[in-house]
Design a protein around this ligand. Structure first.
Ligand code: ADP
Ligand code: MG
Length: 277
């Protein structure tokens, strides 16, 4: 059996296998991973015992936080590759990077259950920005769930058929932020849209939502079954909300056109030609 040498000060040798068993029982996977190596180093460098203990504890805390973030990252179901680093802020002049960075800290809005609403035509970067903000929030320790609105509504509707809507909505409470991507695509069916209303009402002033939609509020009459419910939903959503109006042309189309231009003829030649025309 592997034994760790006694310290220079003496004392009985330590049974390494038994230590690992105990660390496992105490659920200290971080310490279990590094203690032997760190102990050897501490012995070699003559660390005081307190320093050794502090180093182990710090490692366990850092490791737990890393695992937690990894868990939250996978449960968030974020679309891949949509980050703030890959978002071109020049394409959306009405949204400042500073404002977005402030939102990624989370504290100012998620703690109070405030909302973030993004409106604009298709292709303007709403889903990208919503995912990028979500990713940064998870990195900052918040829990997020990103869902297409149709999928979430469908899920809640199933819960309702099973008479478990309330508990399904309560389960979503563990997420500080619930992203409803593409609200406008919800079917007009009355039963479907009232689960959405119940979700909005349940989270009001407690838990945040980030909603993206192609149509501004004026068109939301088509999202909810009747006008009273539409107004009640909007009222709750905007009470504490940041609204980003992303009225820009489709990024997809814009980049496609630019690519085509770039392929056709060099931009420089084109400029000279047009100015001499
Ligand atoms: P929306 O949700 O508003 O319809 P998306 O976020 O899906 O638009 O954007 C469409 C595509 O264009 C995506 O691939 C997205 O990554 C990209 N895109 C949109 N806006 C930007 C931007 N400002 N910077 C970088 N990529 C962008
Ligand atoms: Mg989208």
């Amino acid at each position: 059996m592997k034994k760790i040498d006694a310290t220079p000060a003496g004392g009985p040798a330590v049974d390494a296998a038994r230590v690992e068993l105990m660390l496992g029982e105490l659920r200290l996977p971080g310490i279990k991973m590094v203690w032997a190596e760190l102990a050897a180093r501490a012995d070699k460098e003559g660390w005081p015992a307190a320093r050794f203990l502090a180093a182990l504890t710090e490692y366990e805390i850092a490791e737990r936080s890393r695992r937690r973030t990894a868990r939250h990252m996978s449960e968030a179901r974020l679309p891949v590759g949509k980050t703030i680093a890959t978002f071109d802020f020049a394409a959306v002049p009405m949204v400042s990077k500073a404002q977005v960075m402030a939102l990624t800290a989370g504290d100012a809005w998620l703690a109070g259950g405030a909302n973030l609403l993004m409106f604009g035509p298709p292709g303007g970067g709403k889903s990208h920005l919503a995912a990028a903000i979500s990713l940064a929030l998870v990195e900052n320790g918040w829990r997020v769930l990103f869902m297409r609105t149709t999928d979430l509504v469908q899920r809640l509707q199933v819960s309702r058929q099973e008479l478990a809507l309330e508990s399904a909505i309560a389960k979503l409470d563990k997420y500080h932020l619930l992203v409803l991507d593409d609200l406008a695509y919800v079917s007009k069916d009355q039963a479907e849209t009232s689960v959405l209303f119940e979700l909005i009402a349940a989270r009001y002033e407690r838990r945040s939502m980030l909603i993206t939609a192609n149509q501004p509020f004026g068109e939301w009459g088509k999202v909810f079954p009747d006008q009273a419910m539409t107004l009640a939903a909007i009222d709750r959503l905007v009470h504490h909300a940041t609204i980003l109006e992303m009225n820009v042309e489709s990024y997809r189309r814009k980049t496609a056109i630019e690519r085509k231009r770039g392929r056709g003829r060099p931009a420089k030649t084109a400029t000279i030609k047009s100015s001499s025309d």
